[in-house]
Design a protein around this ligand. Structure first.
Ligand SMILES: Cc1ncc(COP(=O)(O)O)c(C=O)c1O
Length: 360
């Protein structure tokens, strides 16, 4: 055992880490094709480049000065956007950071979270890092959650219920009534609305009624700022203050702050792009539907989950990668015959479809 391994927390020595996607340069090198010809549909990113105004705001941010630890201007801009008072809002370096902060605040070794598999892998990953464990509540054949079995799976160690709606990677949303049933357990219920702008379904209005509700949002998807890492949460002011107490003081960079404010100033045109992405998703869905041998799941996000016959998915996945088209595969046993395709630009959809047709 090395010195490091002897000193490190035992549960972190051989942790099952988060499987992230490779950066575009590496994907291009692996496929042996130029960077500008790859089609990256594996990160649910926004295909639209940021506007000149956003780029200008980032370029003119005062890099030599630390950002405001209390994020006053950011929280006030988000307050206008979400229609919630700014003391209900806290921003973070991507919603990933906020998920991690919730674990730091609530989960000690031995505690549990309730998770609806298959779902976004960060919840399980953060639980493992915190030394907690995950209770998996089942989803049905359409990946809808089952409240009865979820509630039965709760015990005295369970502290947080995580629910992604729309769910990544299955694309379906949870019902408001189901979420209210979960809230009645009095555990912390985190509803991850990373894809809210693509479906316009939210439970933010329930926050004043339920102190145990947290809604997570991000600027990565609808606003196209994934690389700048900007997320936020809406929750009771009491919980916001506890997060402020434990977060690193300067968790948002001045460039992230500037980009967020500039993006919210042009929310109207960004939403027009979101509408285009939704239309493109529907077009891609129909085109995929016309190919035999693919099972499709309706999506309310900017991605579509595809299922294949036993033993087929790796060939299609690799065949696409060889041609420079990258989609997302998963570790989850329920998704061993599936991959997820993010919605890109129309010409990327056309190329994807013609390569899939050759492969299937
Ligand atoms: C459901 C869900 N939540 C959170 C995130 C992370 O978002 P961010 O880029 O804000 O960390 C993602 C990203 O894919 C996601 O799918």
């Amino acid at each position: 055992m090395s010195v490091i391994e002897r000193l490190i927390k035992p549960h972190l020595v051989k942790i099952n880490t988060y499987k992230s996607v490779d950066p575009p340069e590496l994907l291009a090198a692996k496929a042996g094709i130029p960077l500008d010809t790859i089609i990256k549909l594996n990160g649910n990113e926004n295909p639209k480049e940021p506007s000149d105004q956003i780029k200008q705001a980032v370029a003119s941010a005062a890099f030599n000065i630390y950002p405001d630890p209390l994020q006053r201007s950011v929280r006030s801009a988000l307050s206008k956007y979400t229609d919630m008072p700014s003391d209900y809002i806290i921003a973070s370096a991507g919603s990933d950071e906020l998920i991690d902060l919730l674990f730091r605040l609530f989960i000690s070794e031995g505690d549990k979270i309730l998770d609806f598999e298959p779902t976004f892998a960060m919840y399980g990953f953060c639980a493992r890092v915190a030394g907690g464990s995950v209770t998996m509540a089942p989803r049905d054949d359409n990946f809808d959650i089952d409240i009865k079995s979820a509630i039965n799976a709760i015990d005295e160690k369970t502290k947080i219920i995580f629910l992604s709606s729309p769910n990544n990677p299955t694309g379906n949303t949870a019902d408001r009534e189901q979420i209210e049933e979960l809230l009645k357990t009095d555990l912390l219920v985190v509803v991850d609305e990373a894809y809210f702008e693509f479906c316009n379904k939210t439970v933010v209005d329930l926050i004043p009624k339920y102190q145990n509700l947290v809604v997570l949002r991000t600027m990565s998807k609808w606003a196209g700022l994934a690389g700048l890492r900007i997320g936020y949460g809406i929750m009771s002011p009491e919980l916001v203050n506890h997060i402020i107490d434990i977060k690193s003081p300067y968790n948002l960079s001045v460039t992230s702050e500037a980009a967020l404010i500039a993006a919210l100033n042009e929310a109207g045109s960004l939403m027009a792009e979101v509408k285009k992405i939704v239309r493109e998703r529907e077009r891609m869905y129909k085109l995929l539907q016309s190919i035999d041998g693919i099972e499709l799941f309706p999506s309310e996000g900017n991605f579509i989950l595809c299922g294949f016959a036993e033993g087929k998915v790796d060939d299609v996945y690799q065949g696409l990668a060889n041609q420079g088209i990258f989609v997302r595969k998963f570790d989850s046993p329920r998704l061993s015959n599936h991959f997820r395709i993010s919605v890109g630009k129309p010409h990327q959809t056309d190329r994807l479809i013609s390569v899939i047709k050759e492969l299937v």
